[in-house]
Design a protein around this ligand. Structure first.
Ligand code: SAM
Length: 215
């Protein structure tokens, strides 16, 4: 998602109490940001943020961080965020590729990738959020028993991910090519893109993965 640049977006983000402005200063200390030791979960590429804000409302005992690289998109999330009374969610305007600069090893419990850009051309494969480049970043910041959840309508990206994720040393714990008609649908929280694609009758693919790590 890339919206037309909105004049003043950077300044509004700069002034927002819901955005962490120097995330590198919190590396290894995110529990202090939230004021508790609850698990921290991240959505990478949250877009307008419906999914992660719904999760934050439903699970006050979990802390959430929404990552979005475009300020014009993040601004939309901030508009919704300002209507909610929540103390367990903040946003970061960063490129997910740099997450290891902002989170210490093992600091994150769960990562959500929802309807990530498919980058269908082979020469752009490294930009896919399930490519080895990104899997290594997740590997560095997730707890040993941490989990990655990935949803997409894009069959090509999903099939690629079913290969790229195990190739990076992860186990696929569960997967489906039709989430809304599977057992994995229980407790599913819809994203903006998911709502749109589902209304068009497109099947949604989902996988859950964790690493072969016990320590
Ligand atoms: N997750 C939302 C949903 O399901 O409705 C939005 C999906 S949208 C197609 C993908 C979003 O991921 C876009 O807003 C894009 O800017 C963001 N994104 C893509 N690559 C990213 C990266 N490397 N770092 C941070 N955000 C990224």
């Amino acid at each position: 998602m890339r919206l037309r640049h909105i004049k003043g977006a950077e300044q509004q983000i700069e002034e927002s109490p819901f955005v962490i402005h120097s995330p590198e200063e919190n590396r290894g200390r995110w529990r202090d940001v939230f004021g508790n030791g609850n698990p921290i979960e991240i959505e990478v590429g949250m877009g307008k943020g419906k999914f992660i804000m719904d999760l934050a409302c439903a699970h006050p005992d979990v802390n959430y961080l929404g990552i979005e690289r475009y300020s014009s998109v993040l601004l939309r999330a901030l508009q919704k965020r300002s209507q909610l009374e929540l103390s367990n969610i903040f946003f970061l305007c960063i490129d997910a590729k740099e997450m290891a600069d902002y989170f210490a090893p093992g600091e994150i419990s769960r990562i959500y990738l929802n309807f990530s850009d498919p980058w269908p051309k082979d020469r752009h494969a490294k930009r896919r959020l399930t490519s080895p480049v990104f899997m290594e970043v997740y590997d560095r910041i997730l707890k040993p028993d941490g989990v990655l959840e990935f949803k997409t309508d894009n069959r090509g990206l999903f099939e690629y991910s079913l290969e790229s994720i195990p190739a990076a040393g992860w186990d696929i714990l569960a997967s489906t090519f039709d989430l809304h008609h599977s057992e994995m649908a229980e407790g599913n929280v819809m994203t903006e893109y998911e709502t749109k694609f589902a209304s068009e009758g497109k099947p949604i693919c989902k996988l859950i993965a964790s690493r072969n790590k016990t320590v």
